[in-house]
Design a protein around this ligand. Structure first.
Ligand SMILES: [Zn+2]
Ligand SMILES: [Zn+2]
Length: 269
């Protein structure tokens, strides 16, 4: 069993955590250390259990709290070598454990796998964390487009945290200058609601029990729109699990991810 904590997600900060067997991993730390501590406490996550901080990439909304948290918690930072090179001068004396293609890192009860994503960062990753009893959680955001590698990494998971960044019409009619619109919609940018729905339908399988839509744009999306774009498509595909939408400003209720002898559940506590 894994408990998934979504402490917040959006362009002003991203931080999730998975907890199992008394150990936890942070996945991104895109809020200040103090804010991560505040949100963890609000969500009931004991940061004393954290055994490592996984960073998907170096952008501030994913990594700004990592140096201080790594030092305070005395835990390693797991990230791609290119991301680490970018962050190394800020990382004080933190230990680095490389994550990358075809590598599998074991930490406590967790096995962590990663693949490259299409995004305008040094060496951005999508990550999957598996618990010792088979439950699994994938986290993929800041995706310009869903590459074959991302589709392969995210297959057969119990829970998926996936970007649903913008409504395409809202983006086109937004006040963003055309060059910014092109960057957001381009292959180094962010996944739209429609693209997220298509990818989730493709990834759906009977064991998928929880989906969290994440990294919603404040200007070009709402939770209701993201849900409306994804929920009917997932339902038609046969999804009977729980669909959540991450919030920028507050943690979600912890999400229990259970896989037991062929029975997989993803319940909101
Ligand atoms: Zn980014
Ligand atoms: Zn981001």
């Amino acid at each position: 069993m894994i408990t998934l904590y979504v402490l917040g997600s959006g362009s002003r900060g991203n931080c999730c955590a998975v907890e199992s067997e008394g150990m936890a991993l942070l996945i991104d730390a895109g809020f200040s250390a103090r804010e991560v501590e505040r949100r963890a406490e609000a969500a009931g996550l004991d940061l004393g259990q954290v055994a490592g901080i996984v960073l998907t990439h170096e952008h501030g909304d994913h990594a700004c709290g990592a140096p201080r948290l790594a030092r305070r918690l005395q835990v390693p930072v797991l990230t791609a070598p290119g991301t680490w090179r970018h962050l190394a001068t800020t990382m004080l004396d933190a230990e680095h454990r490389p994550l990358g293609l075809c590598s599998r890192v074991e930490l406590g009860p967790f096995t962590i796998e990663a693949c490259a994503t299409s995004h305008d960062a040094a060496e951005p990753l999508a990550v999957v964390v598996r618990g010792s009893e088979g439950a699994s959680v994938g986290v993929a955001y800041d995706l310009g487009r869903p590459t074959t590698a991302v589709r392969y990494l995210l297959r057969n998971l119990t829970a998926i945290v996936l970007e649903a960044n913008h409504d395409e019409v809202q983006l086109r009619t937004s006040e963003y200058p055309p060059v910014v619109q092109r960057r957001i919609a381009g292959s180094g940018g962010h996944l739209s609601n429609r693209a997220a729905a298509e990818l989730l339908v493709e990834l759906h399988h009977p064991g998928l029990r929880a989906v969290v839509l994440a990294h919603l744009s404040q200007q070009c999306n709402t939770a209701a729109e993201a849900r409306a774009a994804v929920a009917p498509a997932l339902r038609r595909a046969g999804f009977r699990g729980a669909l959540h939408v991450a919030d920028q400003d507050r943690p979600l209720q912890p999400i229990l991810i259970v896989q037991r002898a062929g029975l997989q559940l993803g319940l909101a506590l």
